[in-house]
Design a protein around this ligand. Structure first.
Ligand SMILES: *Cc1c(COP(=O)(O)O)cnc(C)c1O
Length: 378
């Protein structure tokens, strides 16, 4: 096609850097999404999404929605809570807080169990809470809390939920396709993600993968939303092969291509690539004299949260703009009361990109007179 697309290195927590082949996959002849050809594309995507999380298609299904990743949080919570039951939100970060907000907006009975944002879920507190509240039907956790980079132990959390007849909904938006997941052995009943994160496709298409039997049972639960009802969307897909309302057509073609590229790269190779990008980021941060906000043993291996350096010349926005003009995007942190920024290992990037990033970051530091060694000696 002869067009060259500028390649930007996105170190924000999604949307991530995509390949040119994924970008170009969006350019397709116009098609009405009610045609069989498009229904087949959706069917293949739904089947392949199950394969990515090693889910048995007899037991699990995937349901697509048009929206950003937050739509999944909304859909799962508003659709899967039976009458007279409560949701337990294990809240150790910004994305779990969002789930608690969803509960508040829908006036859902829930417990917003706030915990330390610098460490994984407090298992003793969780256990005590679920034991004291036998009406908990949903345990909700963020697998990889992108606000900090913390990874929560979903397998252990799910085992406790199951021993109390509750389901586990895990927000895997920032781990699916990057950290291997196996729904059955990880004790996850529902997980979710959007196309723009681990699968390195485009924003606008999100999906929930979960137990068919639970979705079918939810037909009889109180309905709290129309556009965002899980059973309704699932049922429409099952009967017609289509999304209930207009899907993001071109975004679906990009996701198709991105899934092909996912399988070509391979689960383990992709995990290893993200890991070496993360290690290169952590090394670069340490070499510059910057400090991380989260202990290494709690980290997902996908996000490095960096404390603002104590140096008068430091100005996040100035450094951001300097980098942005040169094709690198850094992102503010999401920890209340702490000044941090984030460098993320998502997307179609590898270690040479990180080396180029740190070369440019060093240039920015010398351009603005940011001298960390001098600052530390003060
Ligand atoms: C990105 C993300 C979401 C979705 O956020 P959107 O702004 O709606 O795309 C949800 N949960 C986690 C953990 C995320 O990283």
């Amino acid at each position: 096609m002869g067009t060259t697309i500028k390649r930007n290195i996105l170190l924000n927590p999604g949307p991530a850097t995509t390949t040119d082949s994924v970008k170009m996959a969006q350019v397709v002849p116009d098609i009405c999404p009610r045609e069989k050809e498009f229904a087949n594309l959706m069917k293949d995507i739904r089947t392949d999404l199950l394969k990515i999380v090693h889910a048995d298609p007899e037991i699990f299904t995937s349901v697509l929605f048009c929206g950003s990743g937050t739509i999944n949080i909304d859909v799962c919570l508003n659709s899967l809570l039976p009458a007279g039951k409560k949701a337990l939100i294990l809240n150790n970060g910004a994305y779990s807080s969002r789930a608690a907000d969803v509960c508040r907006y829908y006036h859902l009975p829930h417990i917003d169990l706030k915990m330390d944002v610098y460490s994984p879920v407090d298992m003793a507190l969780y256990k005590r809470t679920i034991e004291e509240n036998p009406d908990i039907a949903i345990v909700y956790v963020t697998h990889h809390e992108t606000g900090t980079g913390i990874l929560n132990p979903i397998r252990e959390i799910g085992a406790i939920a199951h021993s109390r007849d509750a389901i586990l909904i895990a927000d895997t938006t920032a781990s699916l396709g990057m950290i291997p997941l196996d729904l059955d052995s990880d004790n996850v009943d529902f997980c979710m993600a959007s196309a723009q994160k681990g699968l390195m496709a485009m924003a606008g298409l999100s999906f929930i993968i979960g137990r068919k039997a639970t979705i079918e049972a939810s037909k009889h639960y109180p309905t709290r939303s129309y556009y965002c009802n899980l059973f309704m969307q699932y049922d429409f897909f099952e009967r017609t092969g289509e999304m209930h309302f207009t899907p993001p057509v071109q975004t679906a073609y990009a996701l198709r291509q991105a899934i092909d590229e996912y399988f070509n790269e391979g689960e383990e190779a992709k995990f290893n690539r993200h890991r070496r990008v993360y290690e290169a980021i952590a090394k670069g941060v340490a070499e510059l004299g910057l400090k991380e906000a989260i202990k290494p043993e709690f980290q997902s291996g996908l996000v490095v949260s960096v404390r603002y350096p104590e140096c008068n010349e430091w100005d996040f926005n100035k450094v951001h703009d300097y980098l942005y003009e040169r094709g690198f995007t850094i992102y503010p942190g999401k920890i209340d009361g702490a000044d941090t920024f984030r460098l993320c290992a998502l997307g179609a990037i590898d270690t040479p990109d990180i080396e180029a990033f740190f070369t440019t970051l060093r240039e920015a530091f010398s351009h603005f007179g940011i001298n960390l060694t001098a600052a530390q000696q003060k």
